[in-house]
Write a protein that binds this ligand. Structure first.
Ligand code: SF4
Length: 301
C-alpha cells in the first residue's frame, strides 16, 4: 500500500501567516486572544489553545484588561472592531490576509465614490462581514444570480466583488447578468450616459486552482481520506468534489475516525483536506495508515 499526501492540500499562505503571527506572540507571552477561531479546524485550534490562544468575540473586549493582545485572523474584520479595540485599550495583532486587506481597500474606494457595492459571498461569513463593514454595511451580499436580480438597483453605478473563497463560475454568471441588465436599461432609456458597472473578480488564486488538482489527485488513488473540520465550508465543498471523482472518499476530523474496512483492499491511499487542514494532521494520518496496515496485513509501505 502506498500512502500519499496531496501536495496541493493544506493551509493557504494567508492562514499560515496568521498562525505564524500567533505562534510568535505565544512564544513571548502565554496569553493571546483571537477574534473567532483562527482556523476552522479543531485539531489546530486545540494545539494553539494549549499554547495559550483563546477565541473571543468583540463583545468580550470590555472584560479584557487594557493592553491585552487580540489577533485578527486572516478573514479580516470591519472597521468597527478596530474602533472598539481602541476604546478598551486592546492591542490588535493584525493578521488579516494581505489579499483580503487589498479587497477591503478596493471596496472602500468604490464605496467612497458612491458606488453601489455588491458582494458575491455568504452574509454571515467573517470575511464578508469585514468587506461589508468598509461600506458601513451598505453592501448588497448575494449568493446567486436570482438574489442579485432581486436586490440590485440597476439605475445606480455598481461594482461587483467576490468573497475570496467563492466559486468562479457563479461569479461570472452574476457579473454577466448584471452587465446585461444594466445595458438593456441603458438602451431602453432616453438618458445619454450608461450606468457604470464594474466586475472585480477577487477570488483568491490559492483557492481557484485547487479544484482541478484535487480532482486529479482523487482519481489517481483507490481511496481518499479527506480530513477537515465539520464547520469548514471550504472543506465541505472540496470533499464533495473529491467524492464526485472517487466514490471511495471518506471524511474524517481525526485519525480515530478512520475505519479499517475503508482501506483493506486499497493499493494507493491519498490523504487530502481543506485549506484549513494542517499539514501535521495529514502526516499523522499517513503515519497511522502506514503503521496500522503494515502490522495488520504485513504490506510493506
Ligand atoms: S484563501 Fe487566499 S485570500 Fe483567503 S486567507 Fe488564504 S491566501 Fe488569503
Amino acid at each position: 500500500m502506498e500512502v500519499r499526501i496531496d501536495p496541493s492540500a493544506g493551509f493557504c499562505w494567508g492562514v499560515v501567516r496568521a498562525i505564524d503571527f500567533a505562534e510568535k506572540q505565544l512564544s513571548e507571552s502565554d496569553k493571546l486572544y483571537s477574534l473567532g477561531e483562527i482556523i476552522h479546524n479543531m485539531a489546530e485550534v486545540n494545539r494553539l489553545g494549549e499554547l495559550g490562544l483563546e477565541s473571543i468575540k468583540v463583545e468580550d473586549f470590555s472584560k479584557l484588561k487594557p493592553g491585552s493582545k487580540v489577533l485578527i485572523r486572516a478573514h479580516g474584520e470591519p472597521p468597527s472592531t478596530y474602533k472598539e479595540a481602541l476604546k478598551y485599550g486592546i492591542e490588535i495583532i493584525d493578521a488579516t490576509c494581505p489579499v483580503v486587506a487589498k479587497v477591503q481597500e478596493r471596496i472602500r474606494k468604490f464605496a467612497d465614490n458612491k458606488f453601489q457595492v455588491v458582494i458575491y459571498g455568504k452574509k454571515d461569513h467573517a470575511e464578508v462581514i469585514g468587506l461589508s463593514g468598509v461600506t458601513k454595511d451598505q453592501a448588497i451580499v448575494v449568493l446567486s444570480v436570482e438574489e442579485a436580480l432581486e436586490s440590485v438597483n440597476f439605475s445606480k453605478p455598481t461594482v461587483l466583488f467576490s468573497q475570496t473563497t467563492m466559486d468562479k463560475e457563479t461569479f461570472k454568471a452574476i457579473a454577466n447578468t448584471l452587465k446585461e441588465k444594466i445595458e438593456q436599461l441603458y438602451i431602453g432609456s432616453i438618458e445619454d450616459e450608461a450606468v457604470e458597472f464594474h466586475a472585480k473578480n477577487t477570488i483568491c488564486g490559492q483557492v481557484s486552482g485547487r479544484e482541478k488538482r484535487l480532482r486529479d489527485f482523487a482519481r489517481s488513488n483507490d481511496v481518499i481520506i479527506f480530513a477537515a473540520g465539520k464547520k469548514s465550508s471550504n472543506g465541505k465543498v472540496l470533499f464533495d468534489i473529491a467524492k464526485e471523482e472517487n466514490a471511495n472518499t471518506f471524511f474524517i476530523e481525526e485519525v480515530s475516525d478512520i475505519k479499517d474496512h475503508w482501506l483493506k483492499d486499497a493499493h494507493n491511499v491519498g490523504v487530502t483536506g481543506a485549506t484549513s487542514t494542517p499539514h501535521w494532521l495529514m502526516k499523522k494520518i499517513k503515519n497511522y495508515i502506514e503503521e496500522h496496515f503494515s502490522s495488520n496485513d504485513s504490506l510493506k509501505l
